[in-house]
Design a protein around this ligand. Structure first.
Ligand code: IDP
Ligand code: MG
Length: 153
């Protein structure tokens, strides 16, 4: 078992369309644990830091403007193999190509309005968590249900 943390953003479309609760519920129901949660309005500087790998691409300006067009919800999700597990739950970048049952397929229609960001690797999760959360905002706690989710090995 490898407990990991990953950074999720509920993008402005998810907030405006009222899906904050539905999306958080999916992670809770899966057995993943919230380890950080905040709502914020992303600055241009933070947007450019977060999406730096895409600078120069055709969709970059639209992406930066979109992510700062309304408040977002940032969260840290923790659990066994959390990075890959959450990416699977999120689905492909293009909601039309995402598998039914994923967040992007179930709630979205268009790549530029795909509702949610999730870190794609251990390296990016570390960078992205540190962009959005101070150390003392990462919450460590035990949940009584853990033994009902994981078999101790
Ligand atoms: P990901 O969010 O699935 O990791 P990335 O390729 O890292 O996808 O792209 C980051 C974000 O940029 C996407 O979630 C989407 O919002 C946006 N994006 C990516 N490709 C396109 C595109 O071709 N047109 C418009 N927006 C795009
Ligand atoms: Mg990405």
């Amino acid at each position: 078992m490898e407990i990991e943390r990953t950074l999720i953003l509920l993008k402005p479309d998810a907030v405006q369309r009222g899906f904050i609760g539905d999306i958080i519920s999916r992670f809770e129901h899966k057995g993943l644990k919230l380890a950080g949660l905040r709502m914020l309005w992303i600055s241009r500087k933070l947007a450019e830091n977060h999406y730096g790998e895409h600078a120069g691409k055709g969709f970059y300006n639209g992406l930066v403007n979109f992510i700062k067009s309304g408040p977002v919800v940032a969260m840290i999700i923790e659990g066994d193999d959390a990075i890959a597990t959450v990416r699977k739950m999120v689905g492909s970048t293009n909601p039309k190509e995402a598998a039914p049952g994923t967040i992007r397929y179930d709630f979205g229609m268009h790549t530029g309005r795909n509702l949610i960001h999730a870190s794609d690797s251990k390296k990016s999760s570390e960078k992205e968590i540190s962009l959005f959360f101070d150390i003392d905002e990462i919450i460590e706690y035990d949940k009584n249900e853990d033994s009902w989710i994981y078999e101790k090995s």
